[in-house]
Design a protein around this ligand. Structure first.
Ligand SMILES: NC(=O)c1ccc[n+]([C@@H]2O[C@H](COP(=O)([O-])OP(=O)(O)OC[C@H]3O[C@@H](n4cnc5c(N)ncnc54)[C@H](OP(=O)(O)O)[C@@H]3O)[C@@H](O)[C@H]2O)c1
Length: 315
């Protein structure tokens, strides 16, 4: 087994919603001798959040040609790889399941093989949507040892990606994240910016009172990924928020954090129940994660919804 030649940190999917935060967080940890490399298909490079002493290096590579991605890794021979690259929208996965399988399952397996052979630390990002066929078996949410049971192409390909990563590189860590919210640099990505943008345009979004998640501020997710990239530990880890809330509770918390009175916030959304709607692609009713292990192993504090919403809505 080789050892990584450089101290570089490579963030695959560095232009995306989560990836841009991971790149920003990596810049805060790294110094001039520790380059941070953001890889995506381009042309957008993704925003940076916070203050940094250095800039990331940008590499363009299209993962539909996995050799191009591996060539970027060969070029940098990084010490750490954080994989935020994915076909991450459910509708896109249903529309093109082959591409979803390539990007969400086969490419992660190839990356893991490269990291295993070259002694690079791999942090691979997965999702709570590997669950959903049935509610969590315990009230605290799904635990790492619960068997995945996805109900969508997105969830199924991400579950296949987890298996491929851990088979090819048992020292890798696979982080299952929940619904993420927080700043997207004006791009209306993630659960809060897309929702708040719609409300600002005068839409009245329909939000379910009987769909349950453990949402997490995207910055806390990125911070956890970076901590794990510099740390030890392998296998599966659930990194969800501490509050189990319905979609409408999340929406109302965001509007109140924006400064609306509770009554005004309620008037800006349309409360619904899942039975009232045809959900296409299918969405699980409850994918709450039990993140008690993460709370023990991580120094990163996983903020609750009230504090996270205030941060997400900060000017
Ligand atoms: N957002 C959430 O609420 C959430 C929740 C749980 C888990 N996750 C997981 O978190 C990770 C990141 O999700 P996200 O929401 O940040 O997704 P995103 O905003 O759609 O970002 C996806 C990233 O992948 C890159 N990418 C896609 N196709 C590519 C290709 N063919 N070649 C090279 N790069 C490609 C994109 O770059 P280009 O734009 O240049 O193509 C982008 O940088 C995913 O693994 C997702 O499953 C997200």
């Amino acid at each position: 087994m080789g050892a990584a030649d450089s101290e570089a940190t490579v963030v695959l999917g560095g232009s995306g919603f989560l990836g841009a935060h991971a790149v920003s967080m990596a810049l805060r940890r790294a110094d001039i001798d520790h380059p941070v490399v953001s890889v995506s298909r381009g042309p957008g490079e993704g925003p940076l959040f916070g203050r940094h002493r250095s800039q990331p290096h940008f590499e363009r590579a299209d993962a539909r040609d996995p050799d191009a991605l591996l060539a970027a890794l060969e070029g940098w021979r990084p010490a750490r790889v954080i994989n935020c690259l994915a076909l991450a929208r459910g509708a896109d996965c249903e529309e093109d399941p082959l591409l979803a399988s390539l990007l969400n399952a086969q490419v992660p397996g190839l990356l893991a093989r490269w990291c295993g052979r070259n002694g690079a630390r791999l942090v691979h990002v997965s999702t709570d949507l590997v669950f959903g066929d049935a509610p969590p078996p315990a009230p605290g949410g799904f635990r790492e040892q619960d068997a995945p049971a996805p109900i969508s192409a997105y969830g199924a390909t991400k579950a296949a990606g987890e298996r491929a990563v851990l088979a090819a590189c048992p020292r890798a860590i696979v982080v299952r994240l929940p619904l993420l919210y927080g700043a997207s640099g004006g791009r209306e990505l993630g659960a809060s910016d897309s929702f708040l943008g719609a409300v600002e345009r005068g839409d009245v979004p329909r939000l379910f009172s009987d769909e349950w998640r453990t949402p997490l501020l995207v910055e806390d997710a990125a911070s956890a990924l970076l901590e794990l990239a510099w740390g030890a530990g392998s296998g599966l880890l659930h990194v969800g928020g501490p509050d189990r809330v319905s979609r409408i509770q999340l929406g109302l918390a965001l509007l109140i954090a924006r400064g609306l009175e509770p009554g005004d916030a309620e008037a800006r959304v349309s409360a619904a129940r899942r039975a009232d709607a045809a959900l296409d692609p299918p969405r699980p009713e409850d994918t709450s994660l039990d993140s008690s292990r993460a709370r023990v192993v991580l120094r990163t504090r996983l903020r609750g919804l009230r504090e996270g919403a205030a941060r997400a809505c900060a000017p």
